[in-house]
Every structure is written in C-alpha cells, then in structure tokens.
Design a protein around this ligand. Sequence first.
Ligand code: PLP
Length: 395
Amino acid sequence: MNAQAKTVDWKDEERQSLLPGYPQFPFVIARGKGPWVWDTDGRRYLDLYGGHAVSLLGHCPNAVVEAIRRQAGELLFYSTLACHPSRSRAAKALIALCGEAGSRVFFCNSGAEANENAMRTARLATGRKKIVSTEGSFHGRTSGALAATGIARYRQGVAGLGTDVEFSAFNDLESAKAMIGPETAGFIVEPVQGLAGALPPAPGYLAGLKQLCRDAGALLIFDEVQTGLGRLGAPSAAHAFGVEPDLQTFAKGLGSGVPCAALLARPRAASAVRPGDLGSTFGGGPLACAAIEATLAEISAGRLWENAACIERLIRAEFRFPGVLSVQGRGLLLGLVLDRPAKPVQQALIERSILTGTAEDPRVLRLLPPLTIGESEVHLLRTELIEILLMQAAP
Ligand code: PLP
C-alpha cells in the first residue's frame, strides 16, 4: 500500500483544487481489473457502472494495456497532419463492426464533440440549420451538444445555446413528424435513452424516424455513445433495431478509457464533408488509435455482444423479486425500476461493495457492467439487492 495514499485526504485535496463536478463515491480509487476496482484501503468493489459506462471490456484489459504501452514507446502523438498506420486500421475496424462499405470515420475526443460534429455534418450535407432532438435525451456538455440535450435542467442558465434545435417527445412519431420538415438538417436520438433511465425505443419508432427523415431529405443521427460497441447485445443500435442511420457517434468505451470518440458517416453523409470542414488537434492521435484498435479487436474477436445478450436474459429472468417492478433497457444498458427511490439503494450497495448508477428517473437503478461480466457477478448483485430491498422500508 502506498503510504502517502493512506495519510493524505485525497477527497479534501480534490475539493481544494478542483471545480465541483459530479457527486462522488465515498472512497478513493486506486486500481482496477476486469469488473473489479480497489480503493486506497485495499477494499474491493464490484463495478457495475464502469465510470459512466466507459469500462466496456472491464478495467485494464491486457490487450489494450499492451497496445498502449507499445504505442507510447514509439510515438505518443502526432495530429492528422501526418498519416499514421494505426489510424486507418482503427477506422476500418469501426466501419467493419458498426458501419457499411463506403462509410468514413472522423476521430475526436469526447461524446459531446462527436455529437457536435455529427450535427455539423448533417448541416453541411443538407445546407439546412434545424436539428430535431428528443425530450429526455443527453448528448453532452459543450454548448452545441447541450443545445440538443433534452433534459431541460442541463440547459438551464446556459446562455447562447442557439435557437435552431427543437425537441420532440421521445417514442412519439406524431411529435417527430410535426417537427421534421424541409428545413430540418438532422434528427439526433439516443436509440436507448441512457441517462433518462435506459428507456428503450417503442417498436417501429426508430424505423419511423428513418422514414420521416428520408421523406424530408434530413439525416438521422444515432448517438451511440452509450449504446454502441456491443452494449445492446449487438455490435451497434443500428444492428440491434435493424435501422441504419446516416450518422453514428461513439465514445465512452471506444478506447477502454483512453479519451477518444468517433463520428461514423455512412456514404451519403460522408460525401458531403470536404477537406477542412472538420478538425480536432488530438482526434485520431496514435495513442488513442492504438487503444481503439485493440478494444475493437477484443470486441469483434470475442463477439462480446453475445455475452451481453446472454447476461441480459439472465438479469431479466432472475431479477423478479419484491422491490423490483421491471427491468428496462437493452443488453447491458439496463434500468432496474424499483418501487422506491433508487439513490438510497445505490448507497446501500456501495456499503456492500457494489457500484451501480442512478438516472433522471429517481426510481431507476442503472446497470452498465462490462460486456465481459459473468453469471457469478450478477448473482452477487442479486443476493445483496434482495437483502437491501427487504431491509429498507418499502414505500
Ligand atoms: N451522449 C450520450 C448518450 C452520453 O451518455 C454522453 C455522456 O454521458 C455523451 C453523449 C457525452 O459524452 P462525453 O461526456 O464524452 O462528452
């Protein structure tokens, strides 16, 4: 154990040196492996949240760690001014997993940046300005992404977000139809709304959106920052729901924790982008691309989405006990809808060394475990959750 880690109050150090951000877990994190993390006191936690859904392969997957080590010793960074072999290999791997022949990739650094560039590409491709989004959505914290975020409290008090975004009701094709027209550049949607509480699309909703966009000459954008890369029990939401959008955005687990993101443009959208239209200093850097290549190779070679689908079935079958009203979502983007507020349940789980998430819907306990999670970890959650729900007073 690191002696300094024992004596310094790191939480207090952060409070004194960082602007406030998210409410924090009650421990100081030290390391992670697979679905487990350890705090600085050596206590082990089962991580079913993955640092906001980032640890898609579990923590520190060997192949990715090795790839990063190798790349770091050769070249940490050069921008896209210089061609680098890892960049095209990473892009091809993403196209093979989630796109189609003729698709093109733009690498950047975060989900918000990918979404901003998706909306920019829709505007470039159509020569129009208006974006339609959905109520309850989350697309990121930079101003363009925030302008399209449908959870109103995130937009409150933020000036200059622009007026060219409209919000339709999620899962409501009539509401979408009323807003998609000859001035619409694109419709941006989370195929399963993550932060809202793992809300799945109604049958026919995504296909209906595609038709409405096609009829109006607008582009359909899937924000796959949470849904992509196997999490839904399929390589992407496009596969899971059988609907191909024009643009898809990926981030979170794309580099297993190395900050990176991607915009994937299918041929019609890709042909609208000219040299100089899009740019990002760090996007597509060698270190990030080495991490992306290794991450995608693991997902594809292991067909890890199949394990996600398998574990989803297990959770749906076994999480039928008092206190759990339903399981919503898809694959390993799941919300346990409780008969009571989820926050105290999440806290009690932390006390029993299990990390989960909450959602905008206060009754939803959100599960975002790695694609590699096994049955024994699910049973551990089940045992602890049954006890907590029995002990805590029902409403
Ligand atoms: N889109 C979705 C669906 C997200 O869940 C998030 C982050 O939680 C984002 C976009 C923004 O991603 P980032 O925080 O990497 O900018």
